[in-house]
Write a new protein. Sequence first.
Length: 258
Amino acid sequence: MPTWNATDYAKNSSEQQKWARELIAKLHLRGDERVLDLGCGDGKVTAEIAEQLPRGRIVGVDLSQEMIDFATRTFHRPNLSFDHADARSLNFENEFDIVFSNAVLHWVYDHEPILRGIHRSLKTGGRILLQMGGRGNARGMLATATELTHDPRWSRYFTDFNFRYGFHGPEEYTRWLTAAGFHAGRVELIPKDMTHATPERFAGWVRTTWIPWTDRIPPAERETFIADLVARYLELHPVDEAGRVHVAMVRLEVEATA
Ligand SMILES: C[S@@+](CC[C@H](N)C(=O)[O-])C[C@H]1O[C@@H](n2cnc3c(N)ncnc32)[C@H](O)[C@@H]1O
């Protein structure tokens, strides 16, 4: 699995946080729910949800122990806790009213075991609100990253590279939800423009989240690889008149009940 740097992620994830806030608004919380934040990362989104649960509680889980350690150190509330867990093998039973997840599940290709685990974790009538990269997400970035894997300067680090995102669409997702026991509600692809204020901010996002690629590069050459990736992307997708970098994203948003 990719190695996440929690401190760097915390500093370079304002776009994920912005989208998470839009998603939280769609939860319409009463304030007494028990919530699971699946793939909580550095914990700042989980802590924001905790503030809206004066009579409820939230658990953030993540596969990265470094993220969990960072979140546990950084955020303290009586109704908030963090734990290490893999979304593919959740072992909660009948515990939550809501499972929430932002910008996580596309890191796993096969979503069927995840959906079965989420279903088991929910109380009867519980609900899910998930947003992840969907079909067509970050196509321009993916094309640039793929191009670099064939570049003579970098190709030797990618000979057996077979990472693929789980960027899925509503048709298969609805089928998987039903097979896992859910009543599928809204399952839709939402195009979104990700905006980075400067090329440096964009490079920060590349460094912290394009880790399946950057992990392959020896540390001494990593910054050069990132600079190449950024430069090539900007050649094909120049900054706008305000110097901002845009990445065309497509999110899959999923609402369903157990
Ligand atoms: C882009 S971060 C999103 C973090 C947070 N949800 C947010 O909105 O800022 C993706 C997170 O997914 C976690 N992740 C990836 N695969 C996972 C898995 N199989 N189970 C649990 N967490 C996973 C990573 O460790 C990382 O912290």
